[in-house]
Ligand binder design. Structure first.
Ligand SMILES: Nc1nc2c(c(=O)[nH]1)N[C@H]1C(S)=C(S)[C@@H](COP(=O)(O)O)O[C@H]1N2
Ligand SMILES: [Mo]
Length: 525
């Protein structure tokens, strides 16, 4: 560890530079400090926002499917470890490179470290679970990396200058500082790992348990004829990573299945407490359900469909013995969010309210409520979809209110019959002539019986409906209309399985859901 002391050719002063060895070490120390601090901040705020983990996840998301498949077959369950090791090796090489290009001045290394930092920022920003607070970790990492590189670089270049303070030489100071940065990087990373200890091990175990379980009731089949993704409608089942997400959680609760329990109390004959094992010992039911957020605008995308698996909530409440005047089930999550569900909806025979433990063949993803959430077909999420649910208080609407009701939303939240036009896109310019209009419609739990489309002031034309999967899910529709060149307004409206036409009254999401016919304007050319 010293600067090279090449004898200066007579007359010309040679700018000092670092030895190759220390330059490489400097690069590694800077990147290690950045990752350590990033991991620590992520451990406090949100484990998935660790720049190291986020970049690893981004690699998985961006990798071509064949590579992912290959990794799974070649490395099995250790594919994650192999990936993170691979990312680590690449980072180490880049870090060494960052040091080696900075032997004279820190600038090139700062650029390399900043690019790495920005990769971390990008990895976090484009993660499906992104929340603004997640930016803290990669930004802290970037700042740390650049600062360490600049400081140590300046110190290393000055080792041959006379000692600054009386006792200790600059060389000794450099050795100590470098060691301190190295130890600090390991310590912050370690503490971050401890703090961030998430429930992923517990979640993997639940996924394996679900794979081995035999459901007492299977989800209805989803034939290819149930959706028109080739026309621009969503796929029938929404992949977990694409499932819309709404919650007030700044950091996702890290509840494990082992730590979870549910208490059912209040206006019941017998209080019930369930552990996760006790819940799993009950009959498991698969149900395909379309969930919707009350904040969804007409035409919006806060709607998704999954194949949920879980336990019948009604049967548990029957066991508890609900008092006849208890009109509300107030559910609370481990992070103290609450929802109030009408008891009569949960207790309706055939409604299918679930305490869900799985989603599309996996344990619930952490951001969708692992280990247990409520799902009630036909009710907006804010009055029924409690994620990380740990408490059910059987009560009345008069005695208790819930999170969004306290903020002005309606206490009852039945999903309104609605539809959406997915193709053509609004403001697009399709070719004049026959144009396919397609979209989705929903009316849980009655299902959709008819969708009609109107072009300008023309007659309402009945669309072709895709195969119905269940009344609890969306139903796709399509229709070819003739468009003459020029601007046109296309509207749609749905009629549900009970013969009820959706309302044409335009309403905002507040206080109980948006309504009105979806309309787009296009210019045929
Ligand atoms: N614990 C908790 N559960 C919650 C919420 C929340 O903020 N916290 N939001 C609800 C709302 S408003 C909706 S629309 C659904 C969304 O569920 P998802 O994120 O799995 O799509 O979750 C519901 N459950
Ligand atoms: Mo919502």
């Amino acid at each position: 560890m010293s600067t090279t002391t090449t004898p200066p050719p007579t007359g010309t002063p040679v700018p000092p530079r670092l030895t190759r060895g220390y330059a490489a070490l400097l690069g590694v120390l800077s990147v290690a400090a950045a990752l350590g601090v990033g991991h620590l901040v992520a451990g406090i705020v949100s484990p998935a926002s660790s720049p190291y983990v986020a970049v690893g996840d981004a690699v998985v998301r961006l990798a071509p499917p064949w590579l992912v498949e290959f990794a799974k077959t070649a490395f099995g369950t250790s594919d994650k470890t192999v990936l993170l090791t691979g990312v680590g090796v690449v980072l180490l090489l880049v870090a060494i490179g960052a040091g080696l290009v900075s032997r004279r001045v820190p600038r090139p290394g700062v650029v390399v470290v900043s690019v790495l930092g920005l990769l971390g920022v990008a990895g976090v920003m484009f993660a499906p679970t992104f929340a603004p607070l997640d930016l803290l970790a990669p930004v802290a990492a970037l700042g740390t990396g650049v600062t360490v590189l600049r400081r140590l670089h300046a110190l290393a270049l000055s080792v041959d200058a006379p000692a600054r303070t009386g006792g200790i030489s600059r060389r000794a100071l450099l050795v100590r500082s470098s060691a301190a940065v190295g130890v600090g990087a390991l310590a912050t990373a370690g503490i971050g790992q401890l703090l961030g200890g998430d429930a992923s091990g517990s979640r993997d175990a639940v996924t394996r348990r679900l794979a081995g379980a035999t459901p007492a009731e299977r989800a209805p089949a989803v034939p290819a004829s149930a959706a028109y993704p080739e026309l621009g409608t969503p796929t029938f089942l929404t992949a977990n990573a694409d499932f819309y997400r709404i919650d007030t959680a700044l950091r996702i609760p890290r509840l494990t299945a082992e730590d979870w329990s549910l208490r059912i109390h209040g206006m019941v004959d017998t209080e019930i407490r369930l552990t996760f094992d006790e819940l799993m010992a009950r009959p498991l039911l698969q149900r395909t359900i379309t969930m919707l957020c009350v904040s969804n605008e007409v035409g919006g995308d806060l709607i998704s469909t999954a194949n949920f698996i879980g336990v019948d909530l009604r049967s548990i409440l029957l066991e508890a013995g609900v008092h006849p005047d208890a009109d509300q089930v107030l559910s609370t999550s481990s992070d103290s969010w609450t929802a109030g569900t009408p008891t009569d909806v949960i207790m309706e025979r055939g409604r299918g309210a679930l305490l869900a433990v799985g989603m599309n063949g996996e344990a619930l993803p952490p951001e969708h409520g692992f280990p247990v959430r409520m799902v009630v077909p036909g009710l907006y999420g804010y009055v029924s979809g409690t994620k990380w649910v740990t408490d059910l208080n059987v009560t009345t609407f008069e005695a208790a209110s819930s999170y969004w009701v306290d903020r002005g939303w309606s206490s009852e939240g039945p999903i309104k019959t609605e539809c959406r036009i997915d193709t053509p896109r609004g403001s697009s310019s399709p070719k004049a002539g026959p144009v396919t209009v397609a979209g989705i419609a929903w009316s849980q739990p009655d299902g959709i019986e008819k969708v009609e489309v109107q072009v300008d002031d023309g007659a309402w034309q009945v669309a072709q409906l895709a195969t119905e999967v269940s009344g609890d899910t969306w139903r796709m529709w399509r229709l070819v209309v003739e468009l003459a060149p020029g601007r046109h307004v296309i509207q749609a409206r749905a009629t549900n399985g009970a013969g009820l036409l959706q309302t044409s009254t335009v309403a905002d999401p507040v206080p109980n859901g948006a309504s009105g016919y979806p309309a787009i304007s296009v210019t045929a050319r």
